[in-house]
Design a binder for this molecule. Structure first.
Ligand SMILES: Nc1ncnc2c1ncn2[C@@H]1O[C@H](COP(=O)(O)OP(=O)(O)OP(=O)(O)O)[C@@H](O)[C@H]1O
Length: 258
């Protein structure tokens, strides 16, 4: 099983230390949620795992090999990265955008039947098939977010690293696209998501990493980490947890400890 790891990563950006000795292990075939307050370092850690930052100390590894040392084409085939609030600056339709996700796989013969099948599956997984010929600039915010996720899914990466991919989706699409992300993990890929919605994390994640001020507060199986005590300590909040009638765990922030 594929393993992606942060090994003692310390990161400085713009003179500010944003990650401090972060160790975390991510397992293929599982969904891991990165949680923490604004500025805790979630996006920075995700970008380090994708090999996009040069840490001051430590490294990200995939199967024991340093991610930043991997040749760019191989890295692009193995790691799909969706940044936070990604934008599209070209006037293209959704199908063309999603087909770009196949670029790491393109051989000298151009687009293959496998490329087309993967792009169509990604459109279906994100509920975007009906929008395939729509210009990206004519999509709503949530539709654009789904199209951008479809682009990454089309690359069928071994690792999907996505920064708040569900944040602008309505509840129905959060459930549907969330189920597709779980299906990606069930297929053997590793999925790492930055999530702000605690209940969505409880629903989707097998594993959770809690970050505070650039450090890991707790990491492990979701049921062990998403406790009122640990989540409360991470956010500086009083938190209540429970289980719905259908067995869904919920987490509700109720205020500052007083
Ligand atoms: N280029 C930069 N220069 C200086 N500081 C930066 C830079 N990029 C990020 N930071 C700082 O690093 C810290 C971590 O940022 P990061 O985006 O990783 O946080 P986050 O946990 O993803 O936050 P959010 O939930 O708000 O998206 C923040 O304090 C941020 O202001």
């Amino acid at each position: 099983m594929s393993v992606l790891a942060a090994e003692g990563i310390s990161l400085v950006l713009g003179g500010k230390r944003v990650l401090e000795s972060v160790d975390a292990v991510f397992s293929g075939g599982r969904v891991t949620a990165l949680l923490g307050s604004n500025g805790a370092g979630k996006s920075s850690l995700l970008a380090c795992l994708a090999g996009l930052h040069a840490p001051e100390a430590g490294r990200a590894t995939l199967g024991g090999a340093e991610v930043r040392a991997m040749p760019a084409p191989a890295r692009a085939r193995r790691i799909g990265f969706l940044p936070q609030a990604a934008d599209v600056h070209w006037n293209i339709d959704v199908a063309t955008l999603v087909a770009l996700g196949r670029l790491p796989w393109r051989g000298r013969w151009g687009e293959t039947a496998a490329d087309r099948a993967a792009a169509e599956a990604a459109l279906a997984a994100t509920g975007m098939t009906a929008f395939a010929r729509r210009g990206v600039e004519h999509l709503s915010g949530g539709e654009r977010a789904r199209a951008l996720l479809a682009r990454v899914l089309a690359g069928e990466p071994e690792w999907l690293l996505a920064d708040e991919p569900l944040a602008s989706l309505d509840p129905a699409h959060q459930l549907e696209v969330g189920a597709q992300l779980r299906a990606v993990a069930a297929g053997g890929s590793g999925v790492v998501l930055v999530v702000h919605d605690l209940n969505l994390a409880a629903r989707l994640a097998d594993d959770v990493v809690l970050l505070r001020d650039g450090r890991v507060v707790a990491a492990g199986a979701a049921e062990d980490v998403l406790t009122a005590a640990l989540v409360g300590a991470t956010y500086g909040l009083t938190v209540e947890t429970g289980v719905t009638a259908t067995g869904q765990r919920y987490i509700v922030p109720v205020g500052r400890p007083g």
